[in-house]
Design a protein around this ligand. Structure first.
Ligand SMILES: [Zn+2]
Length: 440
């Protein structure tokens, strides 16, 4: 395989600590962490109490590990302190608020100072430059503009690197296609599920994205997806797809991002201190072990969060990336500890099922997991049109193949329903893959 080109232009945001030795990084992290802890101790009653309870004096932090004495900050803490309870600056310093919606309960409000916005944009700029986007690129931003950070922060970062940004937002597929053709879009920022939906819409119009569009790369985020799905999208569009990771609570998108080697996402450790924990016990795990990502923001002004439980399941990839960047990498998000469901006593992430489905020939893009009881699961799978119209024998073979492969992976035998393409509801935003009709 040809090694991807390492893009490292001499631009100011690249010089900011991107290539940094391990010791220098630890020193830098400790310096920023200490400042941040002092600020929250003085300004945020919630953290003041936490420090006192742990017997931790922010004037006396000796190492990064000292924060392990503090308990975790959770999304419930954010909700309980909604909207301004966790502010570490005066309200006058806040220039923007984003909320992070949960499917249940109160929203979480995340406040940004002017400098926080600048930091977030700078981080995304770093990610874009790393993957080759810059002046001359036309970036069609199909994420939701609004209370969600995904689109706005990407927008700011893309402008920073000199790309032309089309603030399309999600949905309205006809118009998306028109914009892509009229402006010669080279980069798209999109959810995985919408990129698949868009691909089938293009196909229906007789547009071959490989030949008839000008696309070079896509940034996928906002929902977890499998490596198989990435390969599928790359093949359909004839582009490079880069995985990105972010969350509003930290800075928006661009907390971690893939380089040209597409072998895990570099987590920008000069801005975030990462730990991986066992989601059940809270114990800190070694690099290489799978668990929940816990992040501490090192440079945020308005609302620094200490040991924030992201609920995202991943692991630190051991070893140094071939690109030479020293920031450690996290693996693609396996799922959210919230999304995980239990069937027959087995923990299952929807992405495990997706990974299996997308590797089976004849399976189309859309699927749904239906939970009706605690010992049974049904997977509804759309299959290729020609198969659906074809021989019943082939359908039965496919059904058996899917059943066996899913069972081999998740250790529970699913019931498989094959559907014709278009039978399942399509999403123009985040896909809802799991329908849980179970009652406690
Ligand atoms: Zn790399």
């Amino acid at each position: 395989m040809k090694a991807p080109e390492i893009i490292r232009p001499d631009s100011y945001w690249q010089k900011q600590d991107e290539i940094i030795g391990k010791e220098a990084l630890a020193t830098l992290q400790l310096e920023h962490l200490t400042k941040s802890l002092r600020r929250v101790y003085s300004n945020v009653p919630f953290y003041h109490t936490r420090f006192d309870e742990a017997g931790l004096d922010p004037e006396n932090i000796k190492s990064l590990e000292d924060i392990r004495r503090l308990s975790f900050t959770t999304s419930d803490d954010l909700r309980a302190n909604y909207p301004f309870g966790l502010l570490a600056v005066s309200k006058d310093e806040v220039v923007r608020v984003h909320t992070s919606s949960g499917t249940t309960g109160r929203a979480k409000a995340i406040c940004f100072s002017k400098n926080d916005i600048e930091c977030s944009a700078t981080l995304i700029a770093r990610c874009l430059v790393m993957t080759g986007t810059g002046k001359g690129d036309i970036l069609q931003n199909m994420m939701t503009y609004g209370l969600f950070t995904g689109a706005l922060i990407m927008h700011y970062g893309a402008e920073k690197v000199g790309a032309l940004v089309i603030p399309a937002g999600p949905g309205n597929t006809e118009r998306q296609i028109q914009l892509m053709r009229d402006f010669g879009t080279t980069v798209i920022h999109i959810t995985p599920s919408y990129s698949l939906y868009l691909a089938s819409a293009l196909q229906q119009k007789g547009i071959d994205p490989r030949k008839d569009l000008n696309l070079r790369r896509a940034y996928l985020g906002a929902e977890p997806y499998s490596e198989e799905t990435r390969k599928k999208i790359e093949a359909i569009y004839g582009i490079d797809v880069y995985n990105s990771y972010g969350l509003t609570e930290m800075s928006g998108p661009g907390v971690a991002f893939e380089c040209g080697y597409k072998n895990g996402m570099h987590l920008w450790e000069d801005h975030f201190f990462a730990e991986i924990i066992d989601p059940e016990t809270g114990e800190v795990l070694e690099d290489g072990q799978e668990g929940e990502l816990v992040l501490t923001s090192l440079r945020r002004e308005a609302m620094p969060l200490i040991r924030y439980r992201t609920r995202d399941i991943t692991k630190i990839i051991t070893g140094v990336c071939e690109c030479g960047r020293t920031h450690r990498r996290i693996s693609r998000i396996l799922g959210r500890s919230d999304d995980m469901f239990v069937v027959k006593g087995v923990n299952v992430f929807p992405q495990q099922i997706e990974q299996v489905l997308m590797g089976i020939k004849g399976v189309a893009q859309n699927y749904q997991i239906l939970l009706e009881s605690y010992d049974h699961l049904t997977i509804r799978v759309e299959i290729a049109k020609e198969l659906f119209d074809g021989n019943i024998e082939h359908l039965l073979q496919l059904q058996t193949e899917i059943t066996d492969k899913v069972r081999a992976d998740i250790l529970v035998k699913p019931k498989i329903e094959l559907l014709e393409p278009g039978a399942l509801p399509v999403s123009e935003g985040k896909a809802k893959r799991v329908i849980d009709n179970r009652t406690m």
